[in-house]
Design a protein around this ligand. Structure first.
Ligand SMILES: Cc1cc2nc3c(=O)[nH]c(=O)nc-3n(C[C@H](O)[C@H](O)[C@H](O)COP(=O)(O)OP(=O)(O)OC[C@H]3O[C@@H](n4cnc5c(N)ncnc54)[C@H](O)[C@@H]3O)c2cc1C
Length: 401
């Protein structure tokens, strides 16, 4: 940490971190790490913060794309893509869902066809968070129509800034616009941007989804003042975080704002109402116990265990907390909770909670899909029946038209 120099630019500082292997020390040396145990990542991140320096960039590049590339990418791809992701130079979005393929993601129909040394992509994606400013997309596309659906999908890194890509924002019912439709018309991907092997993209996509369900909560980084010096890297990191959180500003409301319920009950004069007290106690107890489950999962990660089906338990618990919080806020605020002007409670935050919590049980796989995963992978129940599983996808697509 003697290399920390507050006058460096954010980019220059992160390049030093990456070159020294301290950005993600548990990764291998080929992946810009130091081959240290998984627990070292948090220890090093804490030390970096304590000296007032800046660590990893925020966003799905670090949380989803980079670990997927570390696990499944070729050495060439790791070398090419990890470095600008680790420095924050390149940002990412996830291009998985389609109008006809959400829960049944393997039923996707965006196609990728090899043309010389490039893949040509045609189709439509939807609900793609941050696609309006991302540099790269994690794309799953169909590369074979003659095999069952899970066996004909490949995983690519799509450069987003090119003529064949049109990104259209979607206005949500909470008035934010954090996700998009993405139209792909003869978009191009260099042949070496395939992650994993051809037609084995389902396995790679599952790795990304497992990282998405790792109980991680998105927190705004707190920067420590750097020994009285004006720090260029810190102010650039603050600006980076500011920009990043514009997209995610409603996510605390999506999670239910449990932190507000006691204050709201006191303000509204219902803190002594017996029914409301019971509901608040049930909500806070459930949230605390689900936090312990999250801590157990984090401890497993720190021991180097890969994310597994237990992520689905955390996702389900988060949905349940959001639903319970929605109910408690409604009990406390009554019909006023719906107001966004005039006599609105808590600067209309409660109204935003009420229209944002449904998203918690959809994003990253719906509650029903998590229950199926838990049933099959944890409880060992029989696999859900799907008559299309053994058919060549070309026949399935024709039948559903
Ligand atoms: C806030 C937010 C951010 C998102 N960000 C992204 C992103 O960045 N990139 C991306 O690609 N996608 C993103 N998504 C999309 C998300 O992954 C999908 O919405 C989700 O997978 C569900 O798919 P769907 O909307 O097509 O619903 P459907 O799959 O059509 O489901 C509709 C209903 O049917 C139920 N259902 C479906 N199949 C079954 C089954 N087999 N058994 C029981 N019930 C079933 C579902 O549970 C649901 O209730 C985001 C969504 C949200 C809400």
């Amino acid at each position: 940490m003697s290399n920390w120099d507050p006058t460096l630019s954010l980019q220059a500082w992160r390049e030093l971190l990456v070159d020294a292997g301290w950005a993600v020390p548990s990764w291998s040396r080929q992946c810009f790490g130091r081959d240290l145990p998984a627990w070292a990542d948090q220890v090093v991140a804490d030390e970096i913060r304590l000296i007032g320096a800046v660590g990893q960039p925020l966003g799905s590049g670090m949380s989803l794309a980079a670990p997927t590339i570390v696990e499944h990418g070729s050495d060439e791809l790791r070398h090419l893509i990890l470095r600008p992701t680790l420095t924050g130079e390149k940002t990412w979005c996830q291009l998985f869902s389609e109008p006809g393929a959400g829960s049944d993601l393997a039923g996707l129909s965006t196609s990728a066809v090899l043309d010389g040394d490039e893949w040509v992509i045609n189709g439509q994606k939807v609900w793609n968070t941050s696609a309006h400013h991302a540099d790269y997309g994690m794309l799953v596309a169909r590369t074979s129509w003659d095999v069952p659906k899970h066996h004909g999908v490949s995983y690519f890194i799509l450069p987003m800034h090119q003529p064949g890509i049109e990104v259209r924002g979607i206005k949500q019912m909470n008035r934010h616009a954090s996700f998009n439709e993405v139209f792909l018309t003869d978009a191009r991907i260099p042949a070496n941007h395939l992650v994993g092997t051809l037609n084995d993209g389902w396995r790679v996509a599952r790795a990304t989804l497992a990282h998405e369900r790792t109980f991680s909560t998105m927190r705004r980084p707190k920067f420590v003042e750097s020994a009285g010096k004006q720090s260029r890297a810190v102010s650039e990191a603050e600006a980076e975080a500011e920009e990043h959180f514009k997209t995610y500003v409603w996510y605390p409301q999506r999670a239910g704002r449990v932190d507000l319920v006691i204050e709201r009950a006191q303000q509204h004069g219902v803190a002594h109402d017996l029914v409301i007290r019971q509901e608040i106690a049930a909500l806070i107890s459930f949230q605390r116990t689900s936090e312990w489950t999250a801590l157990r999962a984090r401890a497993a990660r720190a021991l180097g265990r890969p994310p597994g089906p237990e992520g689905s338990l955390g996702k389900l618990a988060a949905s349940q907390v959001a639903r319970m919080a929605h109910r408690v806020h409604t009990l406390i605020s009554g019909a006023n909770g719906m107001l966004t002007t005039g006599d609105h409670p808590h600067d209309a935050t409660i109204a935003e909670v009420l229209v944002s919590t449904p998203a918690q049980s959809i994003a990253g796989g719906t509650d029903e899909i998590q229950k199926s995963i838990i049933g099959e992978k944890i409880l060992g129940l029989a696999r859900e029946s799907d008559p299309s599983l053994d058919l060549p996808y070309r026949e399935v697509a024709r039948r559903s038209q």
